[in-house]
Design a protein around this ligand. Structure first.
Ligand SMILES: Cc1ncc(COP(=O)(O)O)c(C=O)c1O
Length: 380
């Protein structure tokens, strides 16, 4: 079966250029970067180059980046590495938003189990976090605020610059998860003003299982794993050289293509949304439509149908649903719930996320198929 892949926020295919760059490190250039001989030093040099490529994309210094196993490790390290291991003698306070990825929510919850405290700030109907809410949540013992740059489900971009200003004036560190925004919109650490950034390679046309954490110069984290001194001792263990090289190549590619990609993909996403709305007499609606959002993401509500059933009738289309049904109950995603979207609407929500390889033909095919399936199931 030939698939139409509209799930780029879940993961992206490895770009051929990225694959070409990493391949030698899976074959002849297999040295351990800690070895002093030629093969080892070639690997070490390749890691240095990848760090510089990623630093260029983010406008930071190479030594402010460490490579990790992915977005989840990066966010765990940022949150658990800042707060003390026990909150008993020195309880600290942490602020996150209600639309964060589990990679942020769960380490925050684990900090609460250690005796620290947590405030979860809400968002509006467009999934925008209110800066004033964050300001109100700040306590004398607040150590860290963690807010994502772009939401993975509806694509809303957050007012990170304003939140960073607030954090700076209150002497609080800011962690920003840029897993979804990097490569889709400009992500410049100087402009964002963040202290820590989570990066996930597989959202950026690099392989799964590689990521990075930006740590602003001067910020000290304590490690979660202990071993040798690789990655400043914060992600110890022999480096995943081929994947690090891949992330570097993906970062360089993203930098070169960002403007053209986001313009082309944004036009296709808009076209898809117009086709869905027009074809349904405006009965299909778009979440966070008025918000500043990622150019590739469309969170669409199909009325009077269950999204999983709708997608099951179009098996060649790869997309995600916003709610999972378990027997008679529906689990709405935390993001849709925080936006105030009802269970009934969320049941029919499908996330369509486009990418570098999406064509106009594919977008048109997807809208036709979805509209046909929706009409069939809903009787409209
Ligand atoms: C916003 C966001 N943060 C973090 C992650 C986790 O990244 P990884 O899959 O590399 O652990 C994801 C992946 O889905 C994500 O969308």
């Amino acid at each position: 079966m030939k698939y139409v892949y509209l799930d780029y926020n879940a993961t992206t295919p490895i770009d051929p250029t990225v694959h070409k760059a990493m391949e030698p490190f899976l074959k002849d250039q297999f040295g351990n970067p800690s070895s002093n001989h030629a093969l080892g030093q070639q690997a070490a040099g390749a890691i240095d180059q990848a760090r510089s490529q990623l630093a260029d994309l983010l406008s930071c210094q190479a030594e402010e980046l460490i490579f990790t196993s992915g977005g989840t490790e990066s966010s765990n390290l940022a949150i658990q590495g800042i707060l003390p291991q026990s909150g008993k003698s020195n309880p600290r306070h942490l602020i996150i938003s209600a639309i964060e990825h589990p990679a942020t929510v769960e380490p925050a919850n684990s900090m609460c189990r250690l005796g620290h405290s947590l405030t979860v700030v809400g968002c509006d109907r467009e999934a925008v976090v209110d800066v004033q809410e964050v300001a109100k949540a700040i306590r004398p013992n607040t150590s860290l605020v963690s807010i994502m740059h772009a939401n993975n489900e509806v694509g809303t971009l957050q007012p990170i610059h304003a939140i960073a200003k607030l954090c700076r004036s209150s002497g609080i560190l800011l962690h920003v998860d840029v897993a979804q925004s990097l490569g889709k919109v400009p992500v410049d650490v100087q402009e964002l003003g963040a202290d820590l950034l989570t990066i996930a390679g597989h959202k950026l046309y690099a392989p799964k299982g590689i990521g990075a954490l930006y740590i602003k110069k001067g910020i000290g984290l304590h490690p979660l794993f202990f071993g040798a001194t690789q990655e400043q001792g914060l992600s110890p263990g022999t480096e995943n050289v081929s994947q690090i090289v891949a992330l570097g190549a993906a970062a360089e590619l993203a930098q070169n293509r960002l403007e053209a990609d986001s313009e082309r993909i944004g036009k296709l996403r808009n076209l898809l949304e117009v086709q869905l709305k027009d074809g349904s007499g405006n009965r299909i609606t778009i979440n966070a439509e008025r918000a500043e959002r990622l150019p590739n993401t469309s969170s669409t509500n199909f009325p009077d149908v269950v999204a999983v059933e709708l997608l099951a009738t179009v098996p060649e289309l790869c997309a995600s649903t916003g709610a999972a049904c378990h027997s008679n109950t529906t689990h709405i995603s935390a993001t849709l719930a925080a936006m105030g979207i009802s269970e009934e609407v969320a049941r029919g929500t499908i996330r369509l996320s486009l990418g570098r390889h999406t064509t106009e033909t594919q977008a048109a095919y997807a809208s036709e198929q979805l509209l046909g399936a929706w009409r069939g199931l809903s009787g409209c």
